[in-house]
Ligand binder design. Structure first.
Ligand SMILES: Cc1cc2nc3c(=O)[nH]c(=O)nc-3n(C[C@H](O)[C@H](O)[C@H](O)COP(=O)(O)OP(=O)(O)OC[C@H]3O[C@@H](n4cnc5c(N)ncnc54)[C@H](O)[C@@H]3O)c2cc1C
Length: 311
């Protein structure tokens, strides 16, 4: 029995979720092959081959895989699926685009957002926006699953390099083409794997205030920045900063929530955080009730005070 893990690689760097999902794959207790759209000679492929537990790296270097389009990759993996018992994706936008397509092609139900692996066929995953954790047993011949990277520690790149080879290409489906990709620039850590997150909500009142208060606090703490859907909808922050049921899932050691109420759909994305600090004027807000520490009052006063204390 073998596991196939799909690696997200861009511009010569694999996504920080990959070593974490590799840890999950190791718990399945089988050989693990990693599939990557890259040349076998790519230095990132050599780094992948050293990750603990990887037994083989399979590269596809045909031009139609270069943009990581879900249609072509799903078809390729469907052709390879017969060799695998588990096909694992990170629960990132990349993995979430691939897993359901592949599952439909293989006529199986995908198992999404796995946050604990109890055995090769038994998993824990959240339901109802994280209010319920369900334990399920997979009885399908192949298990197509997405794994929450934040629930697993990264595998280390310590072992002697695993075998690297070129996998046979699949067809170019020709149904989509990447026109442009703009990388969000910034020196802050990636939200999905950050150890500290500062998140802002509608209570900040404006984009200017969001930037005036949240940016320096995040910089002072070395944190990634998150936002609620209300803050994103109001244009305070870009969509890729949204945390929650329809945004990113985070599990940092420290989560600082500023001017956000803690709606169930937001909590779904951050309830696994270690220490939660809420800054809000409403003592009855759900986030204040669930926080380990709360600063209750006007955020326009409290955040500058906190920044002064942290200076
Ligand atoms: C299907 C669906 C999916 C959704 N997915 C998501 C999701 O992924 N992520 C998400 O976040 N939401 C999501 N939502 C929206 C969610 O239900 C809430 O509407 C949203 O999270 C509220 O955002 P907020 O906490 O910023 O705003 P509010 O609930 O309006 O809270 C603002 C907070 O700011 C405080 N405040 C205001 N002014 C000040 C001040 N001067 N000083 C201190 N505190 C102040 C208030 O006391 C309040 O607690 C979803 C909703 C639906 C229906």
């Amino acid at each position: 029995m073998t596991t196939l893990l799909m690696c997200e690689l861009r511009d010569g760097v694999f996504h920080p979720a990959v070593p974490r999902v590799m840890t999950a794959a190791n718990i399945l207790g089988q050989d693990t092959h990693v599939l990557v759209a890259a040349e076998p000679s790519d230095p990132a492929v050599a780094r992948l081959a050293r990750l603990a537990g990887v037994t083989r790296v399979r590269c596809v270097s045909a031009a139609h895989y270069r943009d990581h389009g879900a249609e072509n990759l799903a078809m390729l993996i469907a052709q390879m699926a017969v060799d695998y018992r588990h096909i694992v994706f990170p629960a990132t936008p990349f993995g979430k685009a691939l897993a359901p397509r592949l599952a439909a092609m293989l006529d199986v139900a995908p198992v999404s957002d796995v946050c604990e692996i109890l055995g090769p066929d038994q998993f824990i995953r959240p339901m109802y926006a994280g209010d319920v954790l369900v334990t399920l047993r997979n009885r399908q011949p192949v298990c197509v699953m997405t794994v929450r990277p934040s629930a697993f520690k990264p595998a280390e790149a310590l072992q002697a390099p695993a075998q690297i080879d070129e996998a046979p290409s699949g067809p170019d489906m020709g149904v989509s083409r990447l026109l442009a990709r703009r990388l969000a620039v910034g020196g802050r850590p990636a939200l999905s794997v950050a150890r500290c997150v500062v998140a802002g909500g509608r209570g900040l009142g404006s984009k200017d205030n969001f930037e005036r208060l949240i940016f320096p606090l995040a910089d002072r703490l070395g944190a990634a920045i998150g936002a609620t859907r209300a803050a994103v909808d109001a244009g305070f922050a870009p969509h890729d900063w949204q945390i929650g049921q329809t945004g990113q899932i985070v599990a940092p050691e420290l989560y600082v929530a500023v001017g956000l109420s803690g709606a169930a759909q937001h909590l779904a994305g951050m309830r696994s955080a270690g220490l939660i600090v809420a800054i809000d004027r409403d003592v009855d807000a759900p986030i204040v009730k669930m926080a380990d520490y709360s600063l209750v009052g006007d955020l326009n006063v409290l955040v500058p005070d906190l920044l002064a204390q942290l200076a």
